[in-house]
Design a protein around this ligand. Structure first.
Ligand SMILES: [Zn+2]
Length: 81
């Protein structure tokens, strides 16, 4: 038995892998990445001072951001400055 699913984002038909699945793998990945970026942006906006100090002292958090999202790193970093 093959269960199919129509992606709620792009309307493409894809194999259903779980009952909670609403999107095709491609849209899901994209959505996850966006959610991840939002999470990071929020964190850095909320912890501006902390991040500034980190940036001065060890830059660990920023390294982590850069490692995970090399392309988004710059735009996020510009926002929090
Ligand atoms: Zn899709």
């Amino acid at each position: 038995m093959e269960d199919k699913l129509v992606c709620e984002k792009c309307g493409k038909e894809t194999k259903r892998k779980s009952n909670r699945q609403r999107q095709c793998p491609r849209c899901r990945k994209k959505h996850q990445k966006e959610a991840d970026i939002r999470k990071w942006t929020k964190y850095y906006q909320r912890n501006k001072e902390k991040v500034k100090n980190l940036a001065k002292k060890q830059k660990k958090a920023l390294y982590e951001l850069r490692r995970r999202h090399p392309t988004e790193y710059k735009s996020i970093y510009d926002k929090i400055r």
